[in-house]
Design a protein around this ligand. Sequence first.
Ligand code: ADP
Ligand code: MG
Length: 640
Amino acid sequence: MKKNALTKKQRKTLKRILIALTIFIVLQVVSAVGAFDALPAGAGLWVQFALFLVPYLLAGYDVLAKAWHGIVHRQPFDENLLMAIATLGAFALVFFPEAEPHMAEGAAVMLFYQVGELFESYATNKTRKSIAAMMDIAPDYANIEDGEGNLVQVDPATVAVGDVIVVKPGERVPLDGEVVEGKSQLDTSALTGESVPSVVEPGVAAISGCINMTGVIRIKVKAPFAESTVSRILELVENASEKKARTERFITRFARYYTPIVVGLAVLIAVVSPFFGETLTASVQSALIFLVVSCPCALVISVPLSFFGGIGAASRIGVLVKGSSYMETLAHTETVVFDKTGTLTSGTFNVVAVHNEDHIDPDLLLSYAAHAEAYSDHPIAVSVKESYEGVIDQSQIDHVEERSGRGVAAEVRAHKVLVGNDKLMREAHVDFKDCELVGTILHVAVDGEYAGHIVIADVLKPDAKDTVAALRAAGVKRIVMLTGDREEVAAAVAGELGIDEYRSQLLPADKVAEVERLLGETSEAGKLAFVGDGINDAPVLMRADIGIAMGAMGSDAAIEAADVVLMDDKPSKIATAMKISHKTMGIVWQNIVFAIGVKIAIMILALPFIGIATMWLAVFGDVGVAIIAILNAMRALRVK
Ligand code: ADP
Ligand code: MG
């Protein structure tokens, strides 16, 4: 299908409106040259009445039908009924002998209303589609080699973990896995907004949804399709409209009261003002204008559309916002709390030194540590395993126990091994030695005896420093770092980044308590965001007003628990997402103030005894305002 094309239904409506519009213009011209006046008195009016009914019915028969349907089903208060009453009312003025005829306005209101409706459905479609297009990451197939070495295309959902798939240049990576053969560049822009391609070669992870650009690669599948990055993202985006923002709910509620109140006022004006000396025509006309501007569609459509656009803009830069309520919260974030490891730092540790006790060989120390960490996904564990040069023999490992915030305990080759920090050693009553080096210290104990420690160091993410400045520029008042790591490391990282507050040596539960304390210190309207990688901090992600997780290397639990996911693990994207949220909220409020303001102004001008407003102005107050608000809402979709 061609991009931006109208749907079949929209095209049909457009045709109908254009024909009605042509007839309408011809009639207006005929009437302007005075042709109707040439007819005998009285007859001219009725001829006009009949003629203007043609474009009116052609353009609006479906509105009348829907209004009737609403009445029959006892749910009359919708815009169709309002339109029907207002336009039929304009035509009905012909029955008041002293009234000026308003058939042209009646037909025009219906025509422009339909033009507006068409535009609305086009704009809504377009916004939704552009997110879908951006999110056009779903793979159609995966290539698998059959017995004879031929490639066959299969449904990605049928590929098993451990299978090897082949991805040719120009194809989308269908499943998450690790490259086992070939070298290529991957275009990750659909996922992260990052325009620089990432280079992959054997041993490097390939993420589903990326496009393979240059070479043929073979990928060993690491997760079933349902758990792949692509499936998870699509699920998040599909559910995003369910979590409505407060502003959005407010507008829905507002519309529920606004319409009946204005309709009530219209009835009141029509019935009461003639008794105070206003002419019947003027009273009815005031009432009709009220009816036309009582339609809240400018708000009801543009507000959700703005949020949708904002979510779309964020996903373009690789930030998945799980609902418009989080868009709103982002805009009001006052305190940002960071986890350290894997969030501000890259989470890939280098071994700086191995300080073994005399009775044990350094390689053996490392081997014990690597084996004990075999089943852990903690960045520390991953790094230790990577720096260990031998092979990890899983059959030598037993009784593995992860002690979050402290380390691991396991039986390796029938020896009880502990690997972790001071806390872990103290709990096991192992005497350990301190280290003068700055870095994270992994103490190792074997059978209750201290065996030495491994000093590891992490590096800051390249954008960590800019993040702090960018957040302050985006209006964040307080930035705090929480970590389970040593005081020395925490102080060094915080100092380097210019973060004024930090807490170290926290257990996961301490982090929750700390966030709760900080929540108590935020202002009434201010919100608290927690940013983590989800290793050991999923409970904190849930507790914060808004939980932000690293998507690429974060754990599944984090992506589940989080409200916002950073696809490329760059904390600086939070500041960009906040800017988008500010812009979105700005647009939302512009639309609310503009639409309500114009409508109230028109109602005042239309009041009996003032009577300056015309039906034409009322049409603008309905359709014109809606179109302007929608155009404004569509700005939210644009980034930069
Ligand atoms: P952070 O708050 O910096 O993200 P964590 O709460 O994940 O850190 O861990 C806190 C500390 O607990 C680490 O600095 C480390 O000393 C210890 N630790 C946690 N998990 C492990 C592990 N798998 N192996 C060794 N030490 C660990
Ligand atoms: Mg962590």
